[in-house]
Design a protein around this ligand. Structure first.
Ligand code: ZN
Length: 680
């Protein structure tokens, strides 16, 4: 049934939690069109009125975009967790509407000038949060090309759409190339060592294709299973070769999937965007919205980490080769590393599940947050949700005052996107009218409860839960009134993982273990000797893992820094140079890793891959205060809340860190947690 004019559109009901059970795909496009139309009319009216103050311009703009986010958020959420054909169509139909609107607003010169007028005239009358809203907005207008003259503005728009097509092409080549490759095995002896789930999938694939034996496709789970577990060295080599030559002119693949030319075009066009906006390189352009101050600071950071971890990585590799008793090729490393880990630590994630029932882990996580931040978390029944697995919780302060609310949806099921994430449902806003409390979605894909077993987690999954809850707290414990900089909004990309990775640390503490662990049959917490072995896994081959991430980060910076509007960097040469400095593993000459590096060529990590390590250093160093003062030290907790967690994007991320820690971040805590400190 279609939504008619007389049926109120549930997406447009104001001031309440989303009415999930009433939202239909037919509500989506009309709601978005209506909000965009109303916003356009209101922006035009604001500009016509010609009075440009915080109250007359910024407040209505903040309210407008808060409302748009609030209408769109449940749609994006349902598309991710309750996907179906009709909803996906409605969702996709809105994407160009939203992106056109955002380009139009970003390049609206009259609006930009009106914002600039507020900044010029209001000056000192603005509080620091308001000043930050304006500063970020003016920056984003410029990054959208608002200040360019006619021809350059046009060129900017053309490059942006060309880039989005090229980035999509990069992903398509990679996917199509992988899809075109299969490995058909009929001799069971070749499959020795492979885990049952990988064999089961390969068997099903063979049946689907009406073939004998086993058919492996080139996706990550299959590749990972073979490269870490297959005893047959030739099979590992075959998979390795196929994997590291995807979308290139090497290996077994069709040359039509080669990404090389696409990569060159992407790098050249990004350099041209940076140059149009008067940046020295795309690295400078990328850093304009990040915590890191300039390219030198990032490369010094990475080189410093390299100097401290390369010796450890070398020693780990020497030890591994000695243990294997033979020189190792690239396709042997993961296999022998897994065997060595089993021998030295003798613990697997799967065997930990009975000790971590979901309800216990959640209750323990809440207890940790309550003690640290002086809050109370209570479940509330009778809230309209999208699925029976979903739950709803309220966070209040000590006096029972509501701070924020969140939904959880923890178990994997069909038609739900994989992975784990926190997303904004409603942002905090107080602009005269009653306070709007923030609301979040916390979504995971854990193994669902069985007939006679509750949902049971691996320790990796417990860590994931802590991680996503860190994002959730960041969004909900904000005290900022302006939605564009409240919660996680306006927080730089390389700092946004600070609260999440910070929370992960608690899942590795002896003192926290009894709170999160109780065997689902005996009620006993995980035994100490098992926990100690688990702690050991955190440090196993930490040097090798570190230099791998550094290699990716340095390569990303290098190719973007040395590309110009006239031509792309020599990708192979940059990679060879980086490897000569930080890599300790043998790499065969046919390896074309870059042709499959989606993070930077297909998506949002361009000249930003370092963000992973950057935020990890911040979070480890922030956490070290709790190692000094005690895991549950309440003054440290409230300081973290006051200086970082509650501040949203209103404060320079480095200032916030320094205010919390009393000094700039250093690498020691991260190196110590990974067992690399001895090298420093
Ligand atoms: Zn995260």
């Amino acid at each position: 049934m279609n939504a008619t004019d007389t049926t109120p559109n549930p997406l447009l009901q104001e001031g309440r939690l989303p009415a999930f059970s009433s939202i239909e795909p037919s509500h989506v496009e009309p709601a978005i069109r209506q909000v965009l139309e109303e916003n356009r009319a209101e922006i035009a009216a604001l500009l016509d009125a010609g009075v440009f103050t915080w109250e007359s311009l910024l407040v209505p703009m903040e309210q407008m975009h808060h409302r748009l986010d609030r209408v769109w958020s449940p749609v994006g959420h349902l598309n991710a967790v309750m996907n179906n054909e009709e909803l996906r169509k409605a969702y996709n139909a809105c994407l160009p509407l939203l992106s056109d609107y955002s380009t139009e607003v970003g390049q609206n010169e009259a609006l930009y000038k009106a914002y600039a007028r507020v900044a010029d005239t209001a000056g000192d009358a603005l509080n620091p949060a308001q000043a930050m809203v304006l500063r970020q907005a003016l920056r984003d207008f410029k990054l959208a090309g608002v200040a360019l003259d006619g021809e350059a503005k046009q060129r900017y728009g053309d490059i942006m759409s060309e880039l989005s097509a090229l980035q999509a092409k990069f992903e398509e080549n990679l996917l199509d190339c992988a899809n075109a490759w299969v490995c058909h095995v009929t001799d069971e002896a070749r499959l020795s060592g492979l885990p049952d789930n990988a064999l089961g999938r390969a068997r099903e694939e063979a049946e689907r294709r009406e073939l004998d034996g086993w058919v492996f496709t080139l996706d990550f789970p299959a590749y990972q299973a073979v490269i870490t577990r297959a005893d047959d060295r030739a099979l590992r080599e075959e998979f390795y070769t196929a994997w590291v030559t995807r979308a290139s002119d090497q290996g077994p693949h069709d040359a039509k999937f080669d990404n090389a030319a696409t990569m060159r075009s992407i790098l050249r066009l990004r350099a041209e965007v940076a140059s149009l906006l008067a940046f020295d390189s795309y690295v400078d352009y990328s850093l304009a919205t990040k915590m890191a101050r300039n390219p030198n600071e990032v490369s010094d950071f990475l080189n410093d980490l390299a100097a401290r971890s390369v010796p450890a990585a070398k020693a780990e590799f020497t030890d591994l080769e000695a243990w294997a008793g033979q020189p190792l090729e690239a396709w042997d490393i993961a296999y022998y590393a897994e065997k060595l880990r089993q021998e030295r630590l003798g613990i697997s994630q799967e065997e930990l599940r009975p000790w971590f029932p979901v309800d216990k882990a959640m209750a323990g996580l809440f207890a940790v947050a309550e003690r640290l931040f002086g809050i109370r978390i209570t479940e509330q029944a009778d809230v309209d949700v999208w699925h029976q697995d979903a739950r709803f919780y309220r966070i209040t302060d000590k006096d029972g005052q509501l701070l924020g609310q969140f939904y959880t949806d923890l178990y994997a099921r069909r038609h739900k996107r994989g992975g784990a994430w926190m997303d904004e449902c409603v942002g905090r806003m107080q602009l005269g009218e009653p306070l709007v409390h923030p609301v979040a979605f916390l979504v995971c894909n854990f193994m669902p409860p069985g007939k006679d077993k509750p949902g049971l987690l691996t320790h990796d999954e417990v860590v994931t839960l802590f991680h996503e809850f860190g994002h959730t707290l960041h969004h909900l414990l904000t005290r900022v009134d302006y939605p564009s900089v409240s919660g996680i909004n306006g927080v730089p990309w390389d700092a946004v993982e600070l609260p999440s990775q910070f929370m992960e640390n608690f899942a590795w503490e002896h003192e926290v273990l009894p709170l999160i662990s109780a065997h689902f049959e005996t009620g006993q917490p995980l035994p100490d000797d098992m926990f100690d072995r688990l702690l050991g896994t955190r440090k196993f081959h930490a040097g090798l893992q570190m230099v791998r991430q550094l290699e990716f980060s340095l390569f990303d910076l290098g190719v973007h820094a040395s590309s110009t509007p006239d031509g792309a960097a020599d990708v192979d040469a940059v990679l060879a140079d980086v490897r000569s400095r930080v890599s300790v593993l043998p790499t065969p000459p046919f390896n074309r890793f870059a042709n499959g590096f989606s993070h930077i060529f297909g998506g949002g990590y361009a000249a930003g891959y370092y963000s992973y390590k950057w935020a990890e250093v911040l979070s480890a160093d922030a956490y070290s205060l709790f190692e000094e003062n005690g895991v549950f030290d309440a003054p440290s907790g409230s300081r973290f809340l006051d200086e970082i967690l509650s501040r949203g994007g209103t404060r320079d991320a480095m200032d916030a860190f320094v205010a919390f820690r009393g000094r700039e971040p250093d690498l020691d805590a991260l190196l110590r947690h990974s067992g690399l400190a001895a090298q420093a």
